[in-house]
Design a protein. Structure first.
Ligand SMILES: NC(=O)c1ccc[n+]([C@@H]2O[C@H](COP(=O)([O-])OP(=O)(O)OC[C@H]3O[C@@H](n4cnc5c(N)ncnc54)[C@H](O)[C@@H]3O)[C@@H](O)[C@H]2O)c1
Length: 248
């Protein structure tokens, strides 16, 4: 699809990669609807973008946001499922000194699954229903997965969600093909955003040493992947790893 033909919803759009995608889409002439729980940061996005509070894990929010965005943009033909959170922790941890056992809390499990998996599913269900109801075609959905989907220590909840949304790009590509809707995923490696800013220097240096291209990524690297999925009508059901070669 041509970027200028897009009437596209971006979730988690207030900062980091989402805000960068919005900026690039506006520059390309797309109509954009930006949703996020952080309303103050949303307000800083470019003029002309439809901006509204959206918690992707809440069914009512999702219904209202998609309906309002479709009215504001004159329809919807694309979605970037970008909203995501982390609540890292080992599933079972034994303290070396005291021997005490601690575990990943059920709250941390539910929070990450709620946003990163249920949220992606609710958004996709609502947007695709709207497209099908309005006989909008072609359409395209992009899931922002992660290279963590291959498995990563300390991220049981995140890995479960990010691998599920990559695999469901396949499920949905098969299910939505009769509607003229493609689905793809982009799996970033380590990218410089507010999500990763808390990392200490030692861990950062070790990570850079493990990335063959020799640097942490920036949101523009991932935009190039998202843009490819949006534009290439022959890309379907696959996940594009954009990680500098970290997990090859
Ligand atoms: N930064 C990385 O290294 C990296 C690597 C791989 C994948 N990712 C994924 O890329 C996506 C963007 O990450 P980022 O680094 O820009 O993160 P970020 O924390 O900078 O931005 C995430 C945005 O999502 C919003 N959000 C959180 N919960 C929400 C909810 N329930 N409903 C709507 N919005 C919500 C936040 O308010 C925030 O604006 C996420 O899905 C993340 O898991 C990031």
């Amino acid at each position: 699809m041509k970027l200028s033909d897009l009437r596209i919803i971006v979730t988690g759009a207030a900062q980091g990669m989402g805000a960068h995608f919005v900026q690039r889409l506006v520059e390309a002439g797309a109509k954009v609807a930006a949703g996020d729980v952080n309303e103050a940061a949303l307000a800083k996005l470019p003029d002309g973008v439809f901006k509204a509070r959206l918690d992707v894990s809440k069914e009512e929010d999702v219904r209202r946001f998609v309906a309002d965005a479709a009215v504001a943009m004159g329809g919807v033909n694309a979605l970037v499922n970008n909203a995501g959170i982390i609540r890292d922790g080992l599933l079972v941890r034994k303290d070396r000194n005291t021997g005490a056992i601690t575990t990943l809390s059920t709250e941390a499990w539910n929070a990450v699954i709620g946003v990163n998996l249920t949220g992606v599913t609710l958004m996709t269900r609502e947007v695709v229903s709207t497209m099908v109801r309005n006989e909008t075609r072609p359409g395209v959905i992009v899931n922002i997965s992660s290279v963590a989907r291959h498995g990563n220590r300390g991220q049981t909840n995140y890995v479960a969600a990010k691998s599920a949304i990559a695999t469901n790009a396949v499920t949905w590509a098969r299910e939505f093909a009769p509607f003229g809707i493609r689905v793809g995923a982009v799996a970033p490696g380590m990218i410089e955003t507010p999500m990763t800013q808390g990392m200490n220097q030692k861990a950062r240096d070790a990570l850079v040493a493990a990335i063959p291209v020799g640097r942490i990524g920036v949101p523009e690297d991932i935009w190039l992947g998202v843009r490819f999925v949006l534009e290439c009508d022959y890309f379907n059901g696959r996940t594009l790893d954009v990680d500098g070669g970290l997990v090859m």
